[in-house]
Design a binder for this molecule. Sequence first.
Ligand SMILES: NC(=O)c1ccc[n+]([C@@H]2O[C@H](COP(=O)([O-])OP(=O)(O)OC[C@H]3O[C@@H](n4cnc5c(N)ncnc54)[C@H](O)[C@@H]3O)[C@@H](O)[C@H]2O)c1
Length: 515
Amino acid sequence: MGSGKSTVAREVAHRLGVPCLDLDAEIERRAGVDIPTLFEREGERAFRALEVETLRLLLGDVEDAVVALGGGTVANVESRHALLRAGTLVTLDADLAELVRRVAGEGGRPLLQGVDPERRLRELLSSRADAYAECHGRVPSGARDPRAIAEDVVALARRELIAVPLGRRTYRVEVGSGVRHGSGAHAAAMCDGDKLLLVSDRNVAPHWANSLRGALEAEGRKVVEVVLPPGEEHKSIETVNLIWERALDGGMDRGCGVVSLGGGVVGDLAGFAASTLLRGIPVGHLPTTVLSMADSAIGGKTGFDTRHGKNLVGTFHQPSFVTCDVEVLGTLPERDRISGLAEIAKSAWLAGESEVAAIEDDAAALRRGEPEALIRAVRMSATLKARIVTEDERESGTRALLNLGHTVGHALEAAEGYAGLRHGEAVALGMVAAFKLAVKLGSARTDDQQRARALLSSLGLPVDVEGRLDAATLAYIAADKKRRGGQVTFVIPGAPGEVELRPLPLEQVGDLLRM
Ligand SMILES: NC(=O)c1ccc[n+]([C@@H]2O[C@H](COP(=O)([O-])OP(=O)(O)OC[C@H]3O[C@@H](n4cnc5c(N)ncnc54)[C@H](O)[C@@H]3O)[C@@H](O)[C@H]2O)c1
């Protein structure tokens, strides 16, 4: 209220050449009376119900438009998340004194009737702070020229960010070519201490660490750097200790933050170290593999392997930003790039028919590593991951669906001592095994099974799992941390978008997989 959203919305629409709509005006049109009258006659509850319904219809009807929303619209979680999915949601920020100045003397504000405006505005801002934080970006409004504000909004919209809405811990995933150049500013925004710890590995650092260090230093921060030994075999407590020691030797304090530059291994280790250093400091990720862009950098799972299996020790620690620059994939060995496409295929199958069809269409381009196809695929996968993490941050339900292909995949990796198969290759084989189970259990049709196998194969991934399902692999499945009382929870796929969690007795799994 008083943030200037109607004026700014018109400016933004003018710049983008699209219509400008005002949700309040749409509500008045549907109700046939103005909002103060509606409030007076039917109360705030009835108004809110009409607001939710009007927005729902609008989002179904309108293609490209700028919509000015009432400040209470986004207080409704379903509306807010629908808005985040439908386009770019921007919060205009003005300080309290400016808002009070603007609404002073104005009539027709039902929420300010008969109350002290300053007190009421303070209450509204405080009670809606979490909701207002769940947006693609915040733009300072205040006393600025609306044209300058509109410029900022347009620039934000063009970045096509993916938001992971978690109240005040909300963060954004940016996917594109060259977007790493903005990461200095994102890192500086996540903490105000004088140092940042840059964590990478020996394969990544020679190509990409210098320019990132420069970007961080350009923000006035000292950079403490640690370059880890690469690969899953080093995803251990010893490597975590290298990070802890370097950070503490470098004089990091609680105001400092960690920036990871690397694949899933570096991200998981840096995230774990950040979550435990000084009882938790912020982390931002610049993933450098397809897998880490599509999956592991988003969602806050951190950890390392022990001799008992993968990722058995870890934490949940959401990042402050995730920047996926497909240009850095240019130095990734082809085998690793293709391996990461397994998580993309997995995400597409979880998301639904149109996502699977899009990856089928792009398969050849993805296999060749074409940037535009990679951007589309990473965005699809990151969007799905963001949605699932929002629904189930701590994996007490739907988030476990992301483990499609992982139960057998992890066992295959472990059986080879984490040195033979790449993680993604193991996931591809695990997906083939999951479809085998699904067909035998009657959840998937053989058409689905063949389609999934063809998709993985067209991406250049291994699909011949049969010879690998031996006693050693089954022993590792038995040790899977998801095992409960002799049962293994499997993600059982069906048609695209139809995937379920099913606990299965271990013996049955063995029998079905061997058959
Ligand atoms: N946290 C999660 O939610 C989550 C989800 C899925 C997977 N994971 C984890 O991710 C890990 C696998 O990640 P990954 O596939 O990215 O493997 P990785 O991190 O081991 O990277 C693969 C190899 O590529 C090198 N590399 C990375 N980026 C490069 C670049 N741009 N140029 C040159 N070389 C580069 C690495 O040094 C490494 O040798 C596993 O440990 C898995 O458990 C975590």
